[in-house]
Design a protein around this ligand. Sequence first.
Ligand SMILES: Cc1cc2nc3c(=O)[nH]c(=O)nc-3n(C[C@H](O)[C@H](O)[C@H](O)COP(=O)(O)OP(=O)(O)OC[C@H]3O[C@@H](n4cnc5c(N)ncnc54)[C@H](O)[C@@H]3O)c2cc1C
Length: 502
Amino acid sequence: MTIDTPADVLLIGGGIMGASVARLLRESDPHLSITMLDAGEPIGDVAGVHLHDIADPAVWSLYNTRVSSGIQGMYTGAEVAEETPATLADAAPGMFHTATFGEEASAMPATAIAWNAGGMGVHWTAATPWPAGDEVFGGEDEQWRDDLATAQRLLHATQPAIGPTEIGARVLETLAEIYGDRGPADRGPQAMPMAVSPDGDLLTRTSPATIFPPIAHGGDPAFAMRTGALVTALIVDEGRVTGARVRWSSGEESVFAGRHVIVAADALRTPQLLFASGIRPDALGRYLNEHAFVTARALLDLDRFGITTAELPLAPRGEWCTDSLWLPQNGPAQPFHGQIMDTTYLDESGHPLAHSVGVSLYTPVESRPENRVRFSDDEVDLAGMPRMTIDFAYSAADRALIDRAWEESARIVQLFGDFDPATERALLPPGSSLHITGTVRCGSDDDGTSVCDPSGRVWGIDNLFLAGTGVVPTPVVANATLTGVVTAVRAARAVVEAHVAA
Ligand SMILES: Cc1cc2nc3c(=O)[nH]c(=O)nc-3n(C[C@H](O)[C@H](O)[C@H](O)COP(=O)(O)OP(=O)(O)OC[C@H]3O[C@@H](n4cnc5c(N)ncnc54)[C@H](O)[C@@H]3O)c2cc1C
């Protein structure tokens, strides 16, 4: 077993959250030594590049075909593995349903993990609506606004991104007639902010490699990226993490050390690693939250909207949808987050046939301690980590709201036409959005309802910080990643302060 030279910062997890922390640490100190450990191997040649933008044409077209369902659980670039591989060595890098990875997840069957370097950040759709109202945590003060703005900068949140086309603008106007006055002026129906950057006539996705390019391209002498490095446990001694045990894909083992340690290993595997390390506060894994997901599609009534098929917009190059639009939640007056993705159906020769308005309504779910991920002392998953069991159910209040969303989705569809017979309407199984929050939530007091303080520092462990959507304590109705990056901003700041003070 080797002991590597301690880094100033040991970062566990090379997804969007880990990359965000690394970027901010580097912005604050060009010499800080950072070692990033990621359990996965790259898909393709380099770590952290989004599959939408990967050079390999086979991967590119696979991703772009699969994303067109518009539903997270279905549109992963590397196909979601349906069968459990015989051994970890047989698991090709990509997305796995948690059940396929050996967890007990029947209560949240659609949830998945990324077993690849760069995590879900190489698969994601990149919608970045900003949180408001009950989604905000720790107070909507100047600090919140600054941290949110930093998160938007890191993700390169861009608005508008895809559309609105002329017909997309009509969709927004129609929605505004009903929802326009349900919240503040900046939270009416509008284009969906997305984490993208224009590159000629293409839109590239923000990924770990764009947030912190040394992850993919090197060139930073004080940064080391290690892939295939599964951290199996943190070694804790007298209230400090003194090392991280790593098992390589080869099966060999090492111990890494860092003065400050940050775990950004996603909302399911961050608590798993803490559990495996004997760090087991009462709130660990509890308050698991994911908004419910009602999805529907309207076939646009062209006569009603006075347009011909020839006038229908085509999706921009490299995209499957013509418009990516947003109906923001506005508390009790408008509790649902609407993600609206429109597309024009083409015939075999590429001529427009029809236009569909895809309406997904995300519905808030109460944060309750009984919704949780538990870990086994005896059983292990495919990676040899403590096996997860997910307990998740909707409360009576959640069900009432889901029923409302169901009715509301029909009402919205009828604004535009009839249900698209190809997809109709569905309440998707829990886990479908992959917007999991709360499992290592932060709080202002160590009162048993939180795992870490508002900066992400784990209660009782001086040099251990957490970042990611699991840290978010509030029920998030919208896509959760931007909100999660706020926790990365806070953890990075706390580590910089701790480093300067040491
Ligand atoms: C297809 C798809 C579409 C999505 N669309 C959106 C969207 O439009 N908007 C939105 O807000 N969100 C979306 N999401 C969710 C979003 O991608 C995630 O919220 C975000 O990427 C999570 O980032 P993360 O860094 O916390 O976790 P991850 O991306 O999962 O990264 C965690 C990393 O930690 C590593 N790791 C885990 N355990 C260990 C360990 N023990 N040792 C070492 N390394 C470890 C993993 O290998 C992984 O690389 C989508 C997700 C998918 C899959």
